[in-house]
Ligand binder design. Structure first.
Ligand SMILES: Cc1cc2nc3c(=O)[nH]c(=O)nc-3n(C[C@H](O)[C@H](O)[C@H](O)COP(=O)(O)OP(=O)(O)OC[C@H]3O[C@@H](n4cnc5c(N)ncnc54)[C@H](O)[C@@H]3O)c2cc1C
Length: 419
């Protein structure tokens, strides 16, 4: 893939080198710009390192579905449930929760699903040239995703999600227990119901994927600054300057892609956004003793089980609490217990645990937007459960916005001032 040659290059800073920021930086570079990633810890080390690795092409199901309001009392009572809220954090979280509930009406969910579908329908195809450039093909497995259910009740409830997908042309094949064990012999007979999405791809190493993309970016002349952005110096005209723990920097354009930590930056730059975090956990099992062919979702407990280079990763759940709250690793233990229910011979020898902060908007739609306040500032954050999936497409859209080309999809649903 060639870098476009321009008469005059724009100097662009991307704040945050997660999968979203790194894809934005690489796409902007390929479009002929002079790009710098600023990340305090280096590319890929945030939420993007610990996810379930699924590139869920065409996925369009938001977190807040009709009837979610009835689940809120349970979320508050059960700190180990698949979806929970920390009591202490509730007052702070109320505005986000209200919008979350407002976004869960049948009519809103249909519109959100339309927007997510448009964003994610070409997820793998859009990633493809970036993956080739990064020589990261070996990190992808195209064998689909299998959701399994032990409970007929949960499977019946899931029909709503499957219909949201199918109504938009997404392939979902319903399976019985025999078909499930034909696909995945290690799953036990308790997995009675299944849904197979053949178009899903997974990565066997999400951290390395971002790092290889960042390496390709650097090899093509991009800069990576290991600095912490502390503030922005606003100017009456021109581009705000970026103040880090090391220095002040000026650029022609700025992209804010700092994941769950983007909210104060957006506020400083003139846009208050209801960005919060849904914290997730993973358990990495280096000696699981289990061979899975593809990524599996435990549908009753809502978490992924993905075969990766370093072992089997159990990853998921939603805990609404602050980015600074201490982890509750009992939630990770719970993932392990639930996985043992469907993979009886699973070994936890050498298991390690991780917690990460999904950057989440209450309507499950990311912010991919030019700032209405500063025309040189752009936002790419809030991708929630689908940041890996939507990263390359986000990079493509941000690149078009900066080049003043119309993006390939309607981006009104992703505007920063939509609330
Ligand atoms: C358990 C779990 C499972 C998941 N599974 C999937 C999945 O299977 N598929 C999928 O598509 N998505 C999944 N996700 C979601 C996905 O991981 C996130 O949406 C995605 O990683 C967000 O990427 P990001 O680049 O926006 O944020 P991050 O990866 O968090 O990157 C933000 C970067 O900004 C930097 N930063 C923050 N503040 C500053 C500052 N002041 N100065 C400089 N740098 C700063 C950080 O160091 C970090 O590197 C999962 C998430 C979790 C938690």
């Amino acid at each position: 893939m060639n870098i476009r040659v321009k008469d005059s290059q724009l100097r662009i800073a991307v704040v945050g080198g997660g999968i979203v920021g790194t894809c934005c930086a690489l796409c902007l570079q390929l479009d002929g710009n002079n790009v710098t990633i600023i990340d305090q810890n280096g590319p890929g080390t945030g939420c993007s390192s610990g996810n379930a690795g699924q590139i869920v092409t065409s996925y369009c199901v938001p977190l807040g579905l009709p009837g979610i309001i009835k689940q809120v009392p349970r979320m508050l009572m059960d700190p180990l449930g698949p979806l929970t809220i920390r009591w202490q954090y509730l007052p702070y979280l109320m505005p986000w929760l209200l919008r979350f509930v407002q976004s869960s009406s049948v009519e809103r969910v249909e519109r959100i699903a339309d927007a997510l579908y448009e964003l994610n329908k070409d997820a793998v195809k859009t990633f493809d040239p970036l993956i080739k450039l990064a020589k990261a093909e070996h990190l992808l497995v195209a064998k689909g995703r299998l959701d399994v259910y032990q409970s007929g009740h949960e499977f019946d409830k899931a029909q709503y999600k499957f219909n949201l997908l199918r109504n938009r042309g997404v392939r979902v094949e319903l399976l019985n227990s025999k078909q499930i064990t034909e696909l995945e012999p290690e799953l036990n007979e308790k997995c009675q119901y299944g849904a197979f999405c053949p178009d899903v791809v997974h990565t066997t190493n999400p951290l390395q994927l971002t790092q290889l993309l960042a390496k390709a970016f650097q090899e093509n002349g991009g800069s990576i600054l290991r600095e912490k952005v502390n503030d922005f110096q606003l100017k009456s005209t021109g581009v705000p300057s970026i103040k880090t723990n090391i220095s002040d920097h000026t650029f022609d354009k700025i992209v804010i892609a700092a994941g769950a930590f983007s909210r104060p930056f957006a506020a400083k730059l003139g846009n208050k956004v209801p960005l919060d975090t849904e914290r997730g956990y993973h358990v990495m099992l280096p000696h699981s003793g289990i061979h899975l062919n593809r990524t599996i979702v435990h549908g009753d407990r809502y978490f992924g089980m993905t075969p990766m280079q370093e072992g089997l990763r159990l990853a998921g759940t939603v805990e609404l609490a602050s980015v600074n709250a201490s982890p509750n690793y009992a939630r990770a233990d719970n993932l392990l217990n639930a996985a043992k229910g469907v993979l009886p011979s699973l070994s936890d020898k050498g298991a390690t645990q991780w917690m990460g902060c999904r950057p989440s908007m209450p309507d499950s739609l990311p912010v991919i937007s030019q700032s209405p306040v500063h025309e040189s500032v752009f936002f790419a954050f809030g991708h929630g459960h689908l940041g890996l999936t939507a990263a390359a497409t986000t990079g493509k859209i941000i690149t078009d916005l900066i080049a003043e080309r119309p993006p390939h999809i309607n981006i009104n649903p992703f505007k920063i001032d939509r609330f």
